[in-house]
Design a protein around this ligand. Structure first.
Ligand SMILES: Cc1ncc(C[n+]2csc(CCOP(=O)(O)OP(=O)(O)O)c2C)c(N)n1
Length: 330
């Protein structure tokens, strides 16, 4: 089929490649976890890659990003080095946080990634603080804060959105709604109309979009980033689905039988692939992108597996000195 007029084939091929890289990174991370190389949990974002790529590919390097416990995709899309990320997951020397952060606490200031966060909702107020600093310094950049649908039921959501609106801060809130908060259907624990209605009640413009359609996410992100630059805080609500367990070891038995199987046809990578094939890109070319992503992340995994742990004394480096609790407390 001939390329369609309004479809930017080159751009969407690039976004397809990025989504494949995230998936391959997480498959390699799950492998590492299964081999006992990762202490702590891995929260895969398999099925949610379009939101990460569609948003982060529209940011500049010095724009600021804050993410969640499910942040590999966001961090990679913001430009972090996958080798450093895998080293971090394995607690090795050369990790983004010298092996002290792990999967849920990766930060890479060199690409504007201010941090993933294992405390649900806690990234929201940090993000608002960063946006306030940008405003006070008169800088020309924005903050993007990504959180799940479960986080909107924690206090920081109201606190953060309120502060952002009162001070008209340059921040884009992104609710990545996969329908679940760990093992619970978020609907069962959410009163009212959800994130969009809550944001609108504070005077923040907010809309819901299909978060599994890369074109929709890309266009919504472009539009909302421009709006944030002109007029302060906004919120995007992306509907998506976590295709696997809450963590890599969660069998997700709380889901109705067959629910996840039925959702694979809505996989954002498969959907993007179909669009590209319909537009004339060959299946071989797309397989090549996919295989390159797998090869890259297999390399990254092997580097991390064979790397050294930091020297034991480095445990005391870069951590806050709060004194000796034994002598001070007694
Ligand atoms: C304050 C807090 N409460 C509970 C937890 C345990 N917990 C970890 S992830 C999670 C679910 C969060 O759901 P959501 O925000 O929708 O993100 P998702 O896991 O779906 O990406 C919970 C309850 C936590 N980490 N922090």
């Amino acid at each position: 089929m001939m390329p369609t007029k309004n479809f930017d084939q080159r751009r969407y091929a690039q976004l397809f490649k990025q989504m494949c890289r995230i998936r391959a990174f997480e498959r390699a991370a799950i492998n590492a976890k299964n081999e006992g190389l990762v202490l702590g949990a891995i929260h895969p974002s398999i099925g949610q890659e379009a939101a990460a790529v569609g948003v982060c590919e529209n940011l500049n390097k010095d724009d600021i990003l804050l993410s969640t416990h499910r942040g590999h995709g966001h961090t990679l899309s913001k430009g972090a080095d996958p080798s450093a990320m895998m080293l971090e997951l394995l607690g090795k020397e050369g990790g983004n946080c010298a092996g002290k952060g792990g999967s849920m606490h990766i930060a890479d200031f060199s690409v504007g990634m201010l941090g993933a966060n294992g405390v649900v909702g806690a990234n929201i107020n940090i993000a608002v603080g960063a946006a306030h600093a940008i405003k006070l310094k008169g800088e020309n950049k924005i903050v993007v804060c990504i959180f799940g649908d479960g986080a909107i039921n924690r206090g920081p959501f109201l606190e953060g959105l309120n502060w952002a609106k009162v001070y008209n801060l340059p921040i884009l809130f992104i609710c990545e709604d996969n329908g679940y908060s760990a093992t619970t259907h978020t609907k069962e624990t959410t009163a009212g109309g959800g994130p969009v209605v809550r944001a609108q009640s504070l005077g923040i413009k907010a809309e819901t979009f299909d978060g599994n359609d890369i074109i929709t996410v890309d266009q919504a992100a472009q539009d909302y980033i421009e709006r944030v630059k002109k007029s302060g805080p906004h919120l995007l609500h992306f509907l998506t689905y976590r295709l696997e367990g809450h963590t890599s070891t969660d069998p997700a038995a709380y889901r109705p039988d067959g629910e996840a199987d039925g959702k694979w046809s809505n996989d954002p990578i498969a959907r993007c692939r179909n669009l590209l094939v319909e537009d004339g890109v060959s299946a071989e070319q797309l397989d090549k992108f996919d295989n390159e992503a797998t090869a890259e992340m297999t390399r990254v995994y092997k580097i991390a597996r064979d790397a050294s742990f930091p020297p034991a004394l480095d445990a005391y480096k870069d951590v806050q000195d709060i004194g000796n609790p034994q002598t001070e407390a007694f």
